[in-house]
Design a protein around this ligand. Structure first.
Ligand SMILES: [Mn+2]
Length: 332
C-alpha cells in the first residue's frame, strides 16, 4: 500500500499497475462537479492513448457546465440496479472514499472492494482505500494533481486532456479566486494552455452557460437568503427546483457563488434538499475559519474553506442543528 502526496513517488507504481491492466473503471464522487468530471475525463483520455479500455462511469447525471467537454459523450451515467462492467482495475478521482461514489458503492461494494484501486485526490485524508493513494490536500484541484502525475509519468498532454483538466482547475479554484489558488495551480494552468486547452470554451461553459431555469432559481434562493454577523445561509428546496425546472447541481453552484460574494461574508452555508428528503450541507468560509470540522461531525469532509456533508435530517431539522454550531464557530 502506498500513501503519498508526491506524484513523482506515485508515478512508477501507477505505471506498473497500468501495464498489467486492460479494462479500467474510472470513477468519481456522486453528484460530480467540474473537477470530478474534468479529472475523470482527463484520466479516461490518457488511458485511451495508452491503448487501454477505460470505462468512465459517473455516479449521477452531469451538470450542464461539463456537457461540452471532449469525450463527455463516452461517459456512462450509472443507473440504479445496473451491473458493473467487468474490469481489472479501478481508478477513483477527486475522492478518497469509495463510499462517495454513492449508488455505485451502495449496490456494488463487494465488487469494488475486491478490485485493485488507485486513488487520486486532493481532499484531506490520513489514509486511503487504494493499493496506491496519491492524495495531496495542497493541490487546488484534483485536475492539476492529475496533470502533475501525467508529467511525472512522462505522458503526453493532448488538447482534449488539457481542456478537461482546465475545467477541473477553474471550477475548484472558482477561477483562481479561492484561497486554495497557489503557484502550482497557476503553473498548471499555464501548461494546460500551452498544451492546447480550449480556455475560452471552458470559461464560456462555466460563466456564460447558465441555463435560464438556474437564473430563475437563483432569484428564489436570493429572496430567502439570510445574513447575520458574517454568517450567510440559504436553501434550495425540491419545491424550488420544481417551480423553476432548474438542474439542481448547477443551481447549487450559482446560489453558493452569490453568498460567497456577499459583503462581509465569513462563513456561508447552503442547505440543499434532496428528493429523498435528506439534506446536503455545503459550507464555505474565509481563511482562518475551518468548516471541515463541522462537516466531519456528520461523516462529511472536504477542505478547511470548502466542505460538505449529507445530513439524515429534514430541512428544518438540519437548519436547527447546524446554524447554532456555525454561530459558535464564528464566535470562537
Ligand atoms: Mn475537487
Amino acid at each position: 500500500m502506498l500513501f503519498t502526496a508526491d506524484p513523482k513517488v506515485a508515478a512508477p507504481l501507477i505505471s506498473a499497475a497500468l501495464a498489467t491492466a486492460e479494462r479500467i473503471l474510472v470513477l468519481s464522487h456522486n453528484h460530480p462537479d467540474g473537477d470530478a468530471v474534468g479529472s475523470l475525463l482527463g484520466v479516461w483520455h490518457t488511458l485511451k492513448l495508452l491503448g487501454k479500455q477505460p470505462i468512465g462511469l459517473a455516479s449521477s447525471p452531469l451538470v450542464t457546465t461539463v456537457s461540452q467537454l471532449p469525450g463527455v459523450e463516452q461517459l456512462l451515467i450509472y443507473q440504479p440496479g445496473q451491473s458493473l462492467p467487468a474490469t481489472d482495475l479501478t481508478i477513483l478521482v477527486d475522492s478518497s472514499e469509495l463510499e462517495r461514489t454513492g449508488p455505485i458503492y451502495e449496490e456494488h461494494a463487494v465488487t469494488l472492494n475486491s478490485h485493485d484501486l488507485i486513488v487520486i485526490d486532493h481532499h484531506r485524508a490520513t489514509t486511503g482505500p487504494g493499493k496506491i493513494n496519491l492524495i495531496d490536500p495542497e493541490s487546488a484541484s484534483c485536475a492539476d494533481l492529475v496533470h502533475r502525475l501525467l508529467r511525472a509519468m512522462n505522458l503526453a498532454l493532448t488538447p482534449e486532456i488539457a481542456t478537461c483538466l482546465l475545467m477541473g482547475l477553474l471550477t475548484d479554484t472558482r477561477n483562481f479566486r479561492h484561497s486554495n489558488t497557489n503557484s502550482q495551480a497557476l503553473l498548471a494552468a499555464a501548461e494546460l494552455l500551452e498544451a492546447g486547452a480550449d480556455h475560452l470554451g471552458v470559461v464560456r461553459a462555466i460563466y456564460a452557460g447558465v441555463p435560464f431555469p438556474t437564473i430563475k432559481l437563483s432569484g428564489l434562493v436570493i429572496q430567502q437568503m439570510q445574513a447575520e454577523n458574517g454568517l450567510y445561509w440559504g436553501c434550495v428546496t425540491q419545491e424550488m427546483l420544481r417551480q423553476t425546472g432548474a438542474n439542481s447541481e448547477a443551481a447549487y453552484d450559482a446560489a453558493m457563488g452569490i453568498m460567497q460574494d456577499a459583503a462581509g461574508m465569513q462563513l456561508c452555508a447552503l442547505f440543499k434538499e434532496y428528493p429523498d428528503g435528506t439534506v446536503k450541507l455545503s459550507l464555505r468560509s474565509v481563511p482562518g475559519i475551518n468548516v471541515a470540522v463541522i462537516a466531519q461531525q456528520w461523516g462529511g469532509g472536504g477542505h478547511n474553506q470548502a466542505a460538505g456533508a449529507t445530513l439524515q435530517f429534514n430541512l428544518a431539522e438540519a437548519k436547527e442543528t447546524v446554524l447554532p454550531l456555525l454561530r459558535k464557530l464564528l464566535q470562537s
